[in-house]
Design a protein around this ligand. Sequence first.
Ligand code: S3P
Length: 172
Amino acid sequence: MRGEHVYLIGFMGSGKTSVGVLLGPALSLPFIDLDELIVSAEGRSITSIFAAEGEGHFRQIEARLLDQVLDSPPAVVSLGGGTFLPLENRRSIQERGVCVWLKVSLEEALERCRSEPGRPLARDVANFSKLYERRQPVYGRCDVHIETDRKTPENICREIVLRLEEKENALD
Ligand code: S3P
């Protein structure tokens, strides 16, 4: 989108990072991964932040770095699975860009997260499922919805580019 950030939102395991690394070059925009930004700014893993100071502290760091990203030149930005949830974050995100929801089924999210450690909120399956159900309606408030189950990051990326082009043409 011209002059705007493109945010990838969605639940853990929805492929935000894998798609973002392809979508940046496809849209000739830099790619920023908010989780990676947090890890490099803090010099420690997300798991360590949760373990040492708890989720509340992690959310403060996340909101602060989100503000930095919002003020930077347009980029494709992969957000963490919880970034879009607080109303204040959501307002600033939607004011400054277009949001793409990568929709994933609970089964596929669980499958993908099981093979990748490092997500403190994915350890307990019951809690993971509860979070998933609670967040779906909030993610649904974003502009573009893309189904990702059984699709490759390349195909998802192509679909997003087409949807953004359609959106832009509709505005012309
Ligand atoms: C979180 C998702 C993670 C990370 C943190 C909290 C969440 O990002 O920000 O563990 O609340 O869903 P991914 O969605 O990239 O796994």
